[in-house]
Design a protein around this ligand. Structure first.
Ligand SMILES: Nc1ncnc2c1ncn2[C@@H]1O[C@H](COP(=O)(O)OP(=O)(O)OP(=O)(O)O)[C@@H](O)[C@H]1O
Ligand SMILES: [Mg+2]
Length: 233
């Protein structure tokens, strides 16, 4: 489903991703592990295309020059040059770290915004699914995002990402959503999409992936719990 090869990212002269290749098949969860500053978020931004926006912003602000190289294929198509919105339209969705929800909008509004690519019927169906997955959000529907707890905001951020009907969901530091475990009766969420789990500290999250990849200063290290490098199977 996703195959990235030879990803390199320089922030000015600092090499943040050093020749990282990764493959993720359908219905698989890949964990990306690594210490702070290992390059996990850089990898997520590069795969989702957000790096292109960050690059442009830095250029406009006269800041550091960001250089990206490598190739990314998604569902058999070369998406390396596609904008993040075009990647999202194809089902590659990022739930970024630090829960970038709309803090002045309600839970319901946040979810609706997440479903902007879906039809109204799909949107309703997915919203039901999100509320089953995170029942704690049901009674918070009308509350503004900024007044949710950290874990509740994380649930909302994941819920909003799910509303976009991802074929592959990139989750950057999802661990604080632990406050409310997804309802085990809805295990279906595993087979619905392939999750791509970047997580570093949480034992529980570390158990979830089918296999993992460890980043060490932007370089691929040994694998975790199976085949290295996310080359699943
Ligand atoms: N826009 C930027 N400009 C310059 N350097 C950056 C930029 N973004 C990240 N870096 C640097 O790149 C390296 C990798 O950062 P990244 O955010 O990918 O790490 P991470 O593995 O996600 O870390 P954490 O666990 O702390 O979230 C770090 O040294 C960071 O300081
Ligand atoms: Mg990070």
């Amino acid at each position: 489903m996703l195959e990235a090869t030879g990803l390199m990212v320089f922030y000015e002269n600092m090499l943040a991703l050093n020749n990282v290749s990764i493959r993720c098949e359908e219905n698989r969860i890949i964990g990306v592990f690594g210490a702070n500053s290992a390059g996990k978020s850089t990898l997520m931004y590069t795969l989702s295309g957000i790096m292109e926006d960050i690059k442009k912003k830095e250029e406009m602000a006269g800041g550091e020059r960001i250089t990206v190289s490598g190739k990314i294929q998604f569902k058999g198509i070369d998406i390396t040059k596609l904008k993040p919105s075009e990647r999202a339209r194809r089902g590659l969705i990022l739930c970024p770290e630090r829960r970038r929800i709309f803090k002045e909008s309600s839970v319901l509004e946040n979810l609706k915004i997440g479903g902007y690519l879906a039809t109204p019927a799909q949107s309703r169906e997915t919203m039901d699914y999100v509320f089953k997955l995170f029942p704690a959000l049901v009674k918070l529907k009308k509350r503004v995002g900024g007044f949710l707890s950290g874990g509740e905001q994380q649930m909302l951020a994941i819920g909003r990402a799910l509303m976009a009907q991802p074929a592959l969901l990139l989750l950057d530091e999802p661990q604080s959503a632990h406050a409310s475990d997804p309802d085990p009766r809805h295990e279906g969420h595993r087979s619905r999409e392939t999750d791509f789990y970047p997580c570093d500290r949480t034992v529980r999250a570390a158990r979830a992936p089918h296999c993992g990849l460890r980043l060490h200063s932007g370089k691929r290290g040994s694998g975790h719990g199976g085949d290295a490098a996310g080359a699943v199977e």
